[in-house]
Design a protein around this ligand. Structure first.
Ligand code: ATP
Length: 207
């Protein structure tokens, strides 16, 4: 498969609920792309995350990711949105490995809060055969507490400038009627207001 920049040899895969996508996500994606000289950074919104509750529906979270991840080297995948049942990272990476072939270097990108739970991820031994994990710093979470086991995927730690923004904080601000300009890309802000997400009105929470 060709990107605008040529063949994809290094693919970053950024999983998350993106409920909503915010400037912290964009900053991480840009930094990791530069550091690892990625040909493409693919945002993969989770369909039915098994470890986390979501508030906006999968289609809303997918569309907000498309609207916000507008850099030419970014893309957004429906692979987990369209999958039935719980979405495991190892399954996603397996599909991407089949699609892109054995030559591509797959890097799964996650923040320190997510990586600190790596030991509880499903099919970790399969994931280890498919991809490396790029663990980026996040304030309040200490990556030095991670003690990787030999059967885990290789973990590449990367320090990124602190962007103290979370989706939880943004949802709370919307619910309280506070502005979110500058915390999410402008198109995401418009989408949230137009579709009355997180405003505490009609519940759009998914099971
Ligand atoms: P929530 O507040 O709902 O838990 P979140 O802000 O952590 O959401 P997610 O969509 O769960 O956003 O995050 C996707 C990935 O991005 C995770 O691996 C998370 O650790 C990472 N991430 C999110 N925000 C930041 C940030 N500000 N700095 C570094 N990593 C981040």
């Amino acid at each position: 498969m060709q990107s605008k920049l040529g063949a994809v040899r290094r693919l970053g895969v950024f999983g998350g609920t993106f409920d909503p996508l915010h400037i912290g996500h964009i900053a991480v994606a840009a930094q990791v792309s530069e550091e690892f000289e990625l040909d493409r950074l693919m945002f993969v919104p989770a369909g039915r995350p098994w470890q986390k509750e979501t508030y906006a529906g999968p289609e809303d979270r997918y569309l907000m990711s498309v609207l916000g991840a507008s850099d030419a080297s970014f893309s957004v995948s429906r692979i987990e949105i369209d999958r039935k049942g719980p979405t495991y990272t190892a399954d996603t990476m397996s599909s991407l490995r089949s699609f892109y072939g054995d030559e591509v270097r797959l890097l799964f990108v996650a923040g320190a809060d997510a990586v600190l739970h790596l030991g509880s991820w499903e099919k970790l031994d399969s994931l280890a055969r498919l991809a490396e994990v790029v663990a980026v710093t996040r304030s309040g979470f200490e990556l030095s507490q991670l003690s990787p086991e030999p059967w885990w995927p290789a973990v590449r730690m990367m320090e990124v400038p602190n962007v103290d923004v979370s989706s939880t904080g943004i949802r709370e601000r919307v619910t309280q009627g506070l502005p979110i300009g500058g915390l999410v890309p402008p198109a995401v802000e418009l989408y949230i207001h137009t579709h009355r997400l997180y405003s505490g009105g009609a519940s759009r929470k998914t099971p």
